[in-house]
Design a binder for this molecule. Structure first.
Ligand SMILES: C[S@@+](CC[C@H](N)C(=O)[O-])C[C@H]1O[C@@H](n2cnc3c(N)ncnc32)[C@H](O)[C@@H]1O
Length: 386
């Protein structure tokens, strides 16, 4: 156990052990080795046992991490400003993928109501049954009069005209792990050591990974471990294909490709979160830590572009929020009194601070059939960096 992490409760340890045993069985049945992407898929999403599917509280002060919409409604209010510009140019379908606690849905819906731009429905596509329940509870508590508009989809619509919104969803998708050393690139997967514990083991690249890795500026002069996100790429391709007109609006931490694969990032971007501590061991008590990787936004742009979408913007979260009127939204909260002013100020600081979330998080937009100038990217657009 990493020395600085709080000890899990006996129930948590027992839950994790059941998941560990299931993953170990999967490895044995697969002949002794699975890709890290398969390990990550099971650790996060194995039915009833995975990190997101096991019923623990992941988000918020009593969980493992706090996202921007958890911090302040200002985040959703700025996004609503962008949605209000685009939705009227489409059939007005609004879908949120991976809605977490439901905080973003509530703040977006309330802001769209104030703007007189409420969509007929707010559709949520969520893979975690326990989070779906939490989303319903959050909406019932914070936007009860709008709950009837919210629908939980079983599958993505075949076609849609509107906006797909996803905050911190791409980073939660399984990644393959690459090991570059001695001028050779191999895939780092998961095997069992002599004690039955998970361990890294490298194999030659599969044909699919070989083709995908051929485009990457992987350093060859020093040993490097890094990630390749085939699942995120396929997901963006799939949503791009389904979009008749409108926008994909994707927010996450990550970099353009030339920064992602910098030699200095020699351990890649894999990060795990447990009770507000970050650690680097994805094999530690599976099911109790979130496992994430930063997003290669060039790969995201390529996936959208391959499906004939126009790339409409890429910028830092801070620039996007200020372009969408963060200062004006803040002033509205401040007018409600001193307490509201300071709470809003703290939230605005957290989501726009250039030393943290404001710069590490990026906003990406791609679409078709709408006016290409989006208010969220009016200043400081960095599409050229992709
Ligand atoms: C880090 S949480 C972010 C939650 C929320 N968007 C927020 O900002 O607070 C990741 C979310 O993505 C969901 N998720 C992961 N893969 C998904 C997929 N393929 N489709 C839809 N949701 C997914 C998870 O269940 C979880 O709700």
């Amino acid at each position: 156990m990493p020395a600085t992490l709080p000890a899990p409760s006996p129930e948590e340890a027992e839950h994790s052990e059941r998941l560990r045993a299931q993953i170990a069985d999967t490895i044995r049945h697969a002949g002794g080795w699975i890709s890290f992407a398969q390990y990550m898929q099971l650790a996060l999403y194995a039915p009833a046992l995975g990190y997101y599917t096991g019923g623990r509280h992941q988000l918020g002060a009593d969980g493992d991490f706090i996202t921007a919409p958890e911090s302040t409604p200002l985040f959703g209010e700025c996004i609503a400003t962008q949605l209000a510009e685009v939705l009227p140019q489409t059939e007005g379908v609004l879908i949120e993928a991976g809605a977490g606690s439901g905080a973003l849905a509530a703040s977006v819906l309330l802001a769209l109501e104030r703007l007189g731009c409420l969509p007929a429905h707010y559709d949520i596509l969520e893979v975690s049954p326990s989070l779906m329940q939490r989303q319903q509870e959050h909406l019932r508590a914070h936007a009860p009069h709008l709950l009837a508009r919210v629908r939980w989809l079983q599958a993505p619509p075949e076609r849609f005209s509107g906006v797909l919104l996803a905050n911190e969803v791409l980073d939660a998708m399984p990644v393959h792990r690459l090991r570059c050393e001695h001028g050779e690139v191999r895939e780092d997967g998961v095997a069992l050591d002599a004690n039955g514990q998970f361990c890294w083991q490298a194999q030659p690249l599969s044909a699919v990974l070989h083709e995908a890795a051929a485009d990457l500026p992987l350093p060859t002069d020093a040993p490097v471990r890094t990630e390749l996100a085939l699942a995120a790429r396929d997901w963006v391709r799939e949503w791009s294909r389904r979009l008749d007109s409108g926008l994909l609006l994707l927010i996450d931490y990550g970099y353009p490709r030339n920064e992602y694969y910098l030699p200095a990032r020699s351990d890649g971007t894999l990060a795990c979160y447990y009770r507000h501590r970050m650690h680097a061991d994805p094999f530690w008590l599976p099911g109790l830590s979130d496992i994430t990787a930063s997003v290669d936004f060039t790969a995201v742009a390529e996936a959208a572009f391959d499906s004939a979408l126009d790339i409409l913007g890429f910028t830092s979260q801070a620039a996007f929020l200020f372009n969408c009127g963060l200062a004006e939204h803040l002033a509205r909260h401040s007018a409600a009194g001193e307490r509201a002013h300071f709470a809003a100020l703290r939230g605005a600081q957290r989501i726009s601070d250039l030393r943290e979330m404001g710069e590490t998080f990026k906003v990406f937009a791609a679409g078709r059939g709408i006016a290409p100038q989006l208010c969220g990217f009016a200043r400081h657009d960095r599409t050229h960096a992709l």
